[in-house]
Design a binder for this molecule. Structure first.
Ligand SMILES: Nc1ncnc2c1ncn2[C@@H]1O[C@H](COP(=O)(O)OP(=O)(O)OP(=O)(O)O)[C@@H](O)[C@H]1O
Ligand SMILES: [Mg+2]
Length: 296
């Protein structure tokens, strides 16, 4: 952390005239990613933070839609029994297979649970409250931490990126998500106690890297619900940059009621209000992740 903190300093000026963004670094627009000639295999990214309500689901939905907007083939996996990702994309899984069924029977064809959304190029594996029983069922399985990895193995060749929306916990489901992933993205709300618990999250990622998934990387820390008008929000973002340095993504997601509105409509914000600053922010996040090499 000390090394990271030192990387965060030296943020006051730029040699050229590029304006500074909210993270104190030069504000880049990031070029529109070139179209892909071929698709897959996917890079898998878990959106993870055991703190509730920090923007994991909102980010999964809107980043997924933004990447699809740039021609990427995207699979979003709802890995939270609350099913908020599914609902946010207008899917209410009742009599259809969900991620829970795939976890319980890894021989089942995962395609049975894939749902196409109204966004071209964006598919979803939904979840519902059934998933809350999964931890109990899986705890006695052999190699219980690698079950999601095995489920996803047969579908990753068809996608460019798979995003996993984790539940707010560091339990067995989240460990499965981290074990299945190439990278992890941590959304942090620019609010009091944003950093509380993050050390435990980093420790969990380190343990997974040590024992289960040696190549997992931190793809970035995303500041969400940022309100530039409040000193408090700016101070929290400063603390986050001190702690994580260049791992903090330059793109910062502002606080706006458009997100709850879009969720109710069952649409990503890029469809609901494409010209809104919040939609533009997620498109920029998609471009930033492509430019960082986190997504093809
Ligand atoms: N940038 C934002 N500005 C304003 N509201 C937001 C923003 N991002 C998310 N929200 C709202 O905050 C609430 C929590 O967001 P979200 O569901 O994405 O968080 P989460 O981390 O997935 O929560 P949980 O831990 O419960 O799964 C939702 O009502 C969402 O609409
Ligand atoms: Mg969520």
């Amino acid at each position: 952390m000390a090394e990271r903190a030192s990387k965060a300093s030296g943020k006051s000026s730029t040699k050229d005239d590029t304006p500074l963004g909210p993270t104190g670094r030069p504000y880049h627009g990031f070029a529109t990613p070139p179209a892909l000639a071929t698709h897959g295999p996917a890079r898998i990214i878990a959106l993870c933070n055991q703190k509730g309500g920090v923007g994991k689901t909102t980010t999964t939905i809107n980043l997924a839609a933004s990447l699809a907007n740039y021609g990427r083939k995207v699979l979003a996996v709802d890995f939270d029994p609350q099913g908020a990702l599914s609902a946010g994309l207008g899917i209410h899984p009742h009599d259809m297979p969900t991620i829970y069924d795939l976890l319980l029977d890894t021989k089942r064809d995962p395609h049975e649970a894939i749902v196409h959304t109204s966004v071209e190029g964006l598919d979803v594996i939904p979840a519902n409250i059934d998933l809350s029983a999964a931890e109990v069922h899986l705890v006695n399985e052999v190699a219980r931490e690698t079950i999601l990895a095995r489920v996803l193995r047969n579908i990753t060749p068809e996608y460019d990126v798979v995003l996993i929306d984790c539940q707010p916990s560091l339990g067995l489901l989240t460990v499965n998500a981290l074990t299945a992933s190439h990278g992890v993205l941590i959304p942090l709300e620019c609010e009091f106690f944003a950093l509380r618990g993050v050390a435990l999250l980093i420790e969990t990622i380190d343990k997974v890297r040590d024992r289960l998934n040696p190549s997992i990387t931190l793809d970035g820390v995303l500041a969400t619900m940022y309100d530039p008008r409040t000193l408090h929000s700016r101070e929290v973002l400063e603390r986050v940059v001190e702690a994580f340095g260049d791992d903090v993504l330059e793109t910062v997601i502002g606080r706006t009621v458009k997100f709850p509105d879009a969720s109710v409509s069952g649409m990503p914000i890029t469809e609901f209000a494409p010209e809104h600053a919040a939609a533009q922010a997620y498109l920029r996040l998609a471009r930033e992740l492509v430019s960082r090499g986190a997504v093809a």
